[in-house]
Design a protein around this ligand. Structure first.
Ligand code: ATP
Length: 328
């Protein structure tokens, strides 16, 4: 029998990403549209354990669609990793009469939701919010498009100084396991080389390629390095190696860090967040649970949590080829 859902909780968990606020707004408004009460859960699973809930209505999410970060705050909760912690969270949700929740976060947050669902048969739905785009089951995670635009903008600025001084810049961007950001911003900003975890270029080939660029008349170069790059060296070690082997360049390093996560979400992320929130709420209403909402070929889609968590998000190999051709 279909369990009637009357109160849905929404939380943001793990690292924040632009578009999380737009997704909160969408969940709250989709609930209001379907006459379901909605509760914001502060500070991710930590706030769930503390019973830190606030009732939200359509008006309480005004003016947040364009804001970065998350108005509900985010957290990493070690207590939620324990059975006792999850039991307290369950009791707090029941006390507040919450029948289901939507978690906006990454694969860790989905793993937590999946375990919670198994233990308490509690309806859960996930929205992927992470700039790395490293989640299986969706071509885009929330915040990814914004991060690409933020990073391209910064690289354009760095290029101004690189070309004024014959410099070679190593720019480290986020991407521990997957090179989506590096590959796309590398092409978008016209980088000479892109180093990503999926492909081990090797130091000698890197130097060889930079020499070729120099010989072909380039006076400055930009190399984009994903933080999880497999050459196995930190971006500073790469600099030292090139310094030793290419005296003709003045080498500089720029590690972009957390600024990549900030800023106002792009239009794409706002629309995606709005669609994902509606899909999450309407899926819960129709009795679905334990899925992540995603987008594929511009159509909203559901992927079971276990697949979303275990599966690997893959880079588009055609982009690698395009990047090679562009850096001739
Ligand atoms: P990001 O992509 O930014 O790392 P994430 O959602 O993967 O986001 P995590 O820190 O891995 O971030 O997970 C967020 C929270 O989810 C954890 O702090 C913890 O409370 C919960 N969580 C993660 N893994 C588990 C697990 N195996 N069991 C229970 N809870 C978990």
């Amino acid at each position: 029998m279909l369990q009637t859902i009357k109160k849905i909780g929404v939380l943001t968990s793990g690292g924040d990403a632009p578009g999380m606020n737009a997704a909160i707004r969408s969940v709250v408004r989709a609930c209001a549209f379907h006459d379901i009460k909605c509760y914001g859960i502060y500070r991710g699973y930590e706030g769930m354990i503390d019973g830190d809930f606030v009732e939200m209505d359509a008006r309480s999410v005004k003016g947040i669609i364009n804001k970065g970060g998350t108005v509900l705050k985010s957290a990493r909760s070690n207590k939620f990793r324990t059975k006792e912690g999850r039991q307290i969270a369950y009791d707090k949700l029941r006390e507040a009469g919450i029948d289901a929740f939507v978690v906006i976060g990454g694969d860790g947050s989905f793993t937590g939701a999946m375990i919670f669902n198994q233990e308490f048969n509690f309806p859960v739905m996930g929205i992927p919010g992470t700039i790395d785009n490293d989640i299986y089951g969706t071509t885009h995670t929330l915040g990814y498009d914004t991060a690409l635009n933020t990073v391209v903008d910064v690289i354009d600025k760095i290029r101004d100084t690189a070309s004024s001084h014959n410099r070679l810049f190593f720019i480290e961007v986020m991407g521990r396991d997957v090179g989506h950001i590096a590959l796309n911003v590398g092409i978008g900003a016209g980088a000479e080389e892109i180093l990503i975890p999926e492909e081990d270029l090797g130091l000698d080939r890197l130097v060889e390629s930079l020499r070729r660029s120099k010989a072909s008349g380039k006076s400055s170069s930009i190399v984009i390095v994903a933080e999880g790059d497999k050459i196995g060296k930190s971006v500073f070690e790469l600099k030292d190696y090139v310094d030793e082997n290419m005296a003709e360049y003045e080498v500089r390093v720029s590690v972009l860090g957390h600024m990549q996560r900030g800023g106002s979400p792009s239009c794409f992320d706002r629309v995606l967040a709005s669609r994902m929130g509606v899909k999450a709420v309407e899926s819960l209403i129709t009795g679905k649970s334990n899925y992540m909402v995603g987008i594929k070929n511009d159509v909203m889609d559901l992927t079971p949590f276990d697949q979303a968590v275990k599966g690997k998000s893959k880079i588009n190999m055609e982009l690698l080829r395009v990047s090679d051709i562009m850096s001739i």
